[in-house]
Design a protein. Structure first.
Length: 231
């Protein structure tokens, strides 16, 4: 790693070399580059920029230099954490050292915050269960995503309006395999999905009500979301 410094003040870095941001900063400062090498803002020729990462300081001109960086490993004392870094530019090198401090104290959530967090987790878990797949009593698995439910609802409405299904009617399962389906079987499937959905909604409402009735934030956060009904 290297730093671009100006009068012992870091301009860019630490970055890996070569990094385009270093060249860009030099160009903005008035430096230029040609096949012969780097040129200072006054036009004087300088040594070419190194092709590999320099291990010693490279003085340019007008106070600019490219210096190697040494990073000290982080090893916080007991009870402290790394909260920042300290950069020291001296003797043609840059040393980056960790700065330690007390671990931040994260306040415990209030009862309302804990309840909101757990109720949101309940809703997310419910949606994950409801809008993926449904397995019927015969072991067939069906797509009940938003798209799958919309297709089922549309077909149910057409059947209710008198649509006559062809003799070879089939409905694709979650694996996209067409399964033969009669009107009676299709209605039974949609009824089973509706009943299951309603049962899951009811279980989620009961879980949220249980959380809302709690008075201890710690107990709220420890609440285990129940397994959702499967039928």
């Amino acid at each position: 790693m290297i730093c671009l410094v100006l009068n012992n003040t870091m301009v860019i870095g630490p970055v890996s070399w070569p990094d385009p941001s270093v060249r860009q900063a030099l160009y903005i400062a008035g430096f230029s580059e040609s096949p012969a090498g780097l040129h200072a803002p006054d036009g004087s020729a300088l040594a070419p920029l190194p092709g590999t990462e320099p291990t010693t300081g490279l003085t340019l001109a007008d106070g600019y230099a490219i210096l190697p960086v040494t990073s000290e490993p982080s090893s916080p004392p007991a009870g402290q954490v790394e909260i920042n870094t300290s950069t020291v530019i001296a003797n043609g090198a840059v040393t980056v050292s960790p700065v330690y401090g007390p671990a931040p104290v994260i306040p415990a959530p209030t009862l309302a915050q804990a309840q909101a967090q757990v109720c949101a987790a309940i809703e997310a878990s419910m949606n994950a269960a409801l809008y993926t797949t449904f397995t019927d009593s015969s072991g067939n698995t069906w797509d009940v995503s938003q798209t799958g439910r919309a297709l089922l609802t549309g077909a149910s409405a057409e059947i209710a309006n008198g649509l006559v299904l062809p003799a070879n009617f089939a409905w694709k399962n979650a694996a996209n395999v067409p399964l033969p389906m009669t009107v009676t079987a299709f209605k039974a499937l949609t009824q089973a999905i509706f009943t299951w959905t309603n049962n899951v909604f009811g279980a989620a409402m009961a879980a949220s009500a249980a959380v809302s009735a709690m008075t201890d934030p710690a107990a709220v956060l420890a609440y285990q979301i129940p397994a959702w009904p499967t039928s």
